[in-house]
Design a protein around this ligand. Structure first.
Ligand code: AFP
Length: 341
């Protein structure tokens, strides 16, 4: 058996390859490598806290609200603090932004300032924490625009296509870190005895077709006609226009639903709906939809808001929401076409 490759070794090898200019994609300069190592280390700490559950007094609500008006869980706050503390001193970051923080967190003056911006949803799927179901951390890395001095929120407002790294760590039966730097998608499983992430899939691919969809069906009456049409056709099964039976899954944690899609295909939708018509959707563009869209595209899938590619959307605010349709390419193209016809 080949010697297992740790995340650290993988990143170091990619950093060395980055010196070779004939490899234009998947560049990992030293500071980005450091950043990714530190994010992975923070995820390991979050994973330990998640695993302790009731024994670590980390379950339940914190009795506070985040900027989106959602009640925070204790683990939301713990995970946010772990990511900030781990990343603020390394000299690789200029600032961070999080689902749990109203505005950006600029690296304090006492630490060196770097050239990267880190965005994260520290704990996605919080409603799953107390019921012992998969949750995760989602992250996206951007470069601070050249020529900007004091970092501002404006510096973060870059389209997803500008990301230089993106990934998530899922805390499920296994803890798995999934990463892209623009040259495919790789997965690392946490080996708890060794205390390190080990490469377990070096070429993640999403099949172009699928018979599995993920959507919160309880919102059906609120959907727009194109989404309704797509799901009605799936539900009609073999006798309907699709001519095949579909299966449905909904974990209520985007990280877990996307992980399933990266593993065996499928389509995930959290579309715009009539409940809050002024909001584009429920999920956040910059630290949920963009990183997940890049991973999905890098694995051969597609991601749109029904009208356009998610990664081409120019954000106008940090906590912007977006309608999300992602996964197996042919299915995403079908729903998008229903919106545009
Ligand atoms: P929480 O982190 O507040 O639980 O939200 C998770 C999430 O944003 C996303 O990960 C899920 O896909 C979606 O919400 C689930 O939403 P429903 O509650 O409508 O099922």
């Amino acid at each position: 058996m080949n010697k297992p490759i740790s995340l650290s070794r993988y990143l170091l090898e990619k950093q060395r390859e980055s010196k070779n200019e004939s490899v234009p994609q998947g560049q990992i300069p030293p500071k980005l490598r450091l950043l990714l190592e530190i994010v992975a280390r923070a995820c390991k700490r979050i994973s330990h806290a998640v695993n302790k559950g009731a024994l670590g007094d980390v379950l339940g609500g914190a009795e506070t609200e985040n900027v989106q008006g959602e009640m925070q869980k204790k683990l939301d706050i713990i995970a946010n603090e772990v990511l900030i503390e781990a990343n603020e001193w390394g000299g690789h970051l200029a600032a961070m932004a999080s689902e749990e923080m109203d505005s950006i967190y600029v690296v304090p003056n006492r630490y060196p300032q770097g050239e990267y911006l880190l965005l994260f949803d520290p704990l996605d799927g919080s409603s799953n924490i107390d019921i012992n179901v998969s949750i995760g951390t989602i992250f996206s890395v951007l470069k601070k625009p050249e020529g900007s001095n004091a970092v501002t929120e404006q510096d973060f407002l870059q389209a997803g296509a500008k990301q230089v790294a993106a990934g998530y760590c899922i805390y499920g039966p296994q803890t798995t870190l999934v990463l892209t730097v623009g040259a495919g998608v790789v997965m690392f499983t946490l080996d708890r005895e060794q205390g390190s992430f080990v490469l377990t899939d070096s070429d993640v691919r999403i099949p172009e077709d699928t018979k599995e969809f993920a959507i919160n069906m309880s919102n059906m009456r609120h959907w727009a006609p194109p989404v309704r049409r797509y799901i009605d056709e799936c539900l009609a099964g073999k006798d309907g226009p699709r001519g095949k039976d579909f299966n449905m899954r909904w974990i209520a944690a985007m990280v877990a639903d996307v992980h399933r899609i990266l593993t065996r295909g499928g389509i995930f939708m959290y579309p715009w709906d009539k409940r809050e018509p002024e909001k584009a959707g429920k999920l956040r563009l910059m630290y949920e939809a963009n990183p997940m869209s890049w991973l999905v595209e890098q694995a051969g899938g597609a991601a749109t808001n029904g009208k356009q590619r998610i990664m081409d959307i120019q954000p106008t605010k940090l906590h912007e929401r977006v309608s999300v349709i992602l996964g197996s390419k042919n299915e995403v193209e079908r729903v998008t076409q229903y919106h545009n016809s």
